[in-house]
Every structure is written in C-alpha cells, then in structure tokens.
Write a protein that binds this ligand. Structure first.
Ligand code: GDP
Length: 202
C-alpha cells in the first residue's frame, strides 16, 4: 500500500473461548484453526485496508480473557480507537458478561470521550446449531447499551468477519474529530504507547 496510512488500534474483548483469536486470525491470515490458540498475555496483528478512499492500518489486539492477565490490562486498553465486544452465540454466560467487559474497558482505558467511544459487538460461532442467544436479543442489548452495530460472525465459516472489522473502522472514521491525525505512520509499542514517526523536514 502506498501513501500514508492512519494507524487505528482496535481491541477484541470478551470471555476466553468465544473466538477472539480465531476472528483476528481469520481476518488477517484468512485461516481458521479448530484448536484453541491459548493466547498468552497480549498479541496483535496488523492488516492494511482502504476504506472510503482512506488508507488504514488496522492493529488488532487480542488478549486472554482470563483474570490471570490483569496486569496487562492498562497497556492493552490504552490508545484504543474501537473496542469489539465479543461473545459466542452458543454461550449465554459470555453474552451476559458483555456489560462487565464494557465497564472494565471504560475503567482501565484512557478514552477522551466515553459517550462517543465506538463499540462494535460480535456474536461469534453462528455456524453452531446449539444457540443460547438469539439475534433479536443480542441486537436489543446493543441498542440499549449504545454498542452498535451488531454482527453475527463465524470465524470458522468466515461469516461477516471482514464486515465487522470494516464497520469498526467506519465507526472510528465517523467520529473523525476524535482521531489524532498526527498519528499518521505512528506505531504502538507493547506498552500501548504510540510513537509517531516524524519526518525530518527543514
Ligand atoms: P479466544 O479465547 O476468545 O481467543 O477463543 P479462540 O479463538 O481460542 O477459540 C476458542 C475455540 O473456539 C477454538 O477451539 C476455536 O477453534 C473455536 N472457534 C472460534 N471461532 C469459532 C467459530 O466461529 N465457530 C466454531 N464452531 N468454533 C469457533
């Protein structure tokens, strides 16, 4: 991709086992592994894309939902531009925990405008027969909690995965004034800090 690209950090949050790593890997590498990835701590992958004429590098951060990684929360949440709250449609508990994940994100992150921060919700594993959460129920929760849009995804079948990540980018770009445009060509280190690559002019 040529030209300057806007670096956007999106984070996947949700209970362990709902498919966060699988969604990230499906979107970035177009692969699915039926074995759990057992995310240790935090990891991220980048994908470049062009949306509405804008070049974007999407940095997708994935972490284990387990309590044992508490110390990694702050760097993980810091500098996020969008949060993808994820549950599995065959796991009612993971749906019921969405509100906790949202609260936790708001508590630990450094978002400038909590009212306008974009959340996208993913109901993953829609390929499975044994659903415990209906689409209407999930959509209603999203409306009530200001977390829209909602996508029903399957990392396994590649259903709506690209659409969900692209919607996240659109949500961020729609709140354009929240983006710090000096962040063109910046990087984000493992502590969640952005480093802006400044060109040496003059
Ligand atoms: P994470 O802990 O949220 O990152 O979840 P993983 O990505 O490790 O996935 C947990 C398990 O669910 C793994 O066995 C995956 O293969 C499986 N899985 C993930 N996404 C899907 C999906 O869309 N459909 C089905 N049937 N299984 C999935």
């Amino acid at each position: 991709m040529s030209g300057k690209s806007l670096l956007l950090k999106v984070i996947l949050l949700g209970d362990g086992g709902v498919g966060k790593s699988s969604l990230m890997n499906r979107y970035v590498t177009d692969r699915f592994d039926s074995q759990s990835f057992h995310t240790i701590g935090v990891e991220f992958l980048n994908r470049d894309l062009e949306i509405d004429g804008k070049l974007v590098t999407l940095q997708i951060w994935d972490t284990a939902g387990q309590e044992r990684f508490k110390s990694l929360r702050t760097p993980f949440y810091r500098g996020a531009d969008c949060c993808l709250l994820t549950f599995a449609v065959d796991d009612l508990q993971s749906f019921q925990n969405l509100g906790c994940w949202k609260k936790e994100f708001m508590y630990y992150s450094d978002v400038r405008d909590p009212e306008r921060f974009p959340f996208v919700v993913l109901g993953n594993k829609v390929d499975k027969e044994d659903r415990e959460v209906g689409e209407d129920e999930a959509s209603a929760w999203c409306e009530e909690n200001g977390c829209c849009p909602y996508f029903e995804t399957s990392a396994k079948d590649d259903t709506n995965v690209g659409a969900a990540f692209e919607a996240a980018v659109r949500e961020v770009l729609a709140g354009d004034d929240l983006i710090d445009h000096t962040l063109l060509s910046s990087t984000i280190d493992l502590h969640g800090n952005r480093k802006v690559a400044r060109s040496s002019c003059c």
